[in-house]
Ligand binder design. Structure first.
Ligand code: CA
Length: 436
């Protein structure tokens, strides 16, 4: 884990006015990375840093002012950030420090950097890394219990849940950046009363509110990552929507887990917030006394002291009718990552304990984040109790599951007394009818 340093100083302001707006997601204390270009320009995608409502273009000439080594600059100019991720935390920290010093109020020679800014509203993004492998975890006890109760009323929480950070290997080919248009998938459907399954479009389309975790430096095959070194392998976090077809899932999930109910689409936010930026929002991690305590390889004083993170996570729906009448998106849930049953470090350590190698650009999903309250559930499945109790929207519409034309928007942010708000931007994606 990182120590607090000058880049976290809450009194820092930028010479770029929009970065000092109390409502911006991207104050100078944040400095997340994405891969972008000017929309519809045919330009090459390259790395950029969000600052206020602008992007610092890391391929522009003024960037030589950041005072980092040429191998760092070369790596962040690529169309994916895998090379930069592989350079490790000293390179990530150097770039963050260089950008912080060059963008802060009072920095000299700002003209060359001013000419390296691109307005975010003129940009388009792509997934920031070539994602080799994608693993989705299941770290919310509340989500696991809620879903288990719906799928297996007599046996909601499996006995391994409180011992293992449960996960499955997902598919990377269908991961796309915010703005994705998702076709309602076909799949095998079978209600309990049906004699046999039939093929048809899913009628129970859902989202899952998650954080995505990009791996930076990897580990060699056969070399587990111990808990107190696990955070050094994490490049940063984004927002992640794990699209889920509940009716397909219900029929296929036993005995080997999620397959076609999940692998048709996963949407992530373009900006990756570094774990260094999140340092002021760390929390102690606890396991209730009456729960099983972690095995020794998943236990450490540092993980207990600061393994958890205070990140607010919100889901909004924007239906076709809302769009047609000019109504803004409406919130359907608000929760916090602090309720996760396992920490990021425990996920990395468990993933590698058998010698499995993680590689730069691999993506982990935290699993759906649901909290203890009824309005803190990160899926429609839970908010509607399995489709029994519809969510009512302010324009009179209701939803049990998603309808064609619905846009799902997820936002995340950190806030604490005496510090500027630090946000993740958003991930938005729209459900379309089945592709014919
Ligand atoms: Ca999931």
């Amino acid at each position: 884990m990182f120590d607090l340093n000058e880049t976290h100083d809450p009194s820092l302001a930028s010479w770029l006015e929009s970065a000092n707006d109390p409502n911006t997601d991207f104050p100078i204390q944040n400095l997340p990375l994405a891969v972008f270009r000017r929309r519809d320009s045919g330009e090459t995608f390259r790395g950029g840093i969000a600052i206020g409502d602008q992007i610092l273009d890391l391929a522009a000439t003024g960037i030589s002012r950041l005072g980092v080594d040429s191998d760092v600059i070369d790596a962040v100019r690529q169309q994916t950030l895998n090379r930069f991720m592989a350079l490790g935390s000293s390179a990530w920290t150097a770039l963050r420090l260089g950008a912080s010093r060059a963008l802060r109020l009072g920095a000299g020679e700002i003209a060359s950097l001013q000419s390296s800014l691109v307005p975010q509203k003129e940009a388009e993004y792509q997934v920031a890394a070539q994602i080799g492998d994608y693993t989705d975890f299941y770290t919310s006890l509340y989500h696991a219990t809620n879903v288990g109760r719906l799928f297996r009323p007599d046996n909601p929480l499996m006995p391994n849940y409180q011992w293992i950070p449960i996960g499955y290997h997902g598919r990377s080919s269908s991961i796309a950046v915010s703005g994705q248009q998702v076709y309602r998938p076909l799949g095998q459907l079978k209600s309990p009363d049906d004699q046999k399954p039939r093929l048809g479009p899913s009628r129970r389309m859902d989202y899952e509110l998650e954080l995505g975790v990009f791996i930076g430096s990897g580990n060699e095959l056969g070399d587990p990552v111990d808990l107190d070194h696990a955070e050094r392998h994490i490049f940063g976090l984004c927002l992640l929507n794990d699209w889920s077809a509940r009716d397909i899932q219900m029929w296929e999930y036993q005995p080997l887990g999620p397959f076609l109910a999940k692998n048709f689409a996963t949407t992530i936010s373009p900006w990756i917030v570094s774990t260094e930026a999140l340092t002021p929002y760390r929390l102690a991690w606890n396991r209730p006394d009456d729960h099983p305590q972690p095995l020794p390889y998943l236990e450490s004083a540092a993980n207990r002291a600061a393994g958890s993170l205070d990140i607010w996570l919100e889901v909004l729906l924007h239906t076709s009718a809302m769009k047609a009448t000019g109504m803004p998106p409406q919130r359907v849930s608000l929760g916090n990552f602090r309720h996760a049953y396992w920490t990021l470090a425990q996920m990395v350590t468990h993933h590698t304990v058998n010698g499995c190698n993680l590689r730069p650009g691999d993506l982990l999903g935290t699993g759906t984040q649901s909290g203890p309250g009824p309005d803190e559930a990160g899926t429609l499945l839970e908010l509607t109790q399995g489709g029994q109790s519809p969510v009512e929207l302010p324009n009179g519409e209701t939803r049990t599951f998603l309808e064609d034309g619905d846009t799902v928007i997820m936002r995340g942010w950190c806030e604490s007394e005496g510090r500027p708000r630090l946000g993740f931007g958003e991930v938005a994606a729209t459900l379309l009818p089945t592709k014919m």
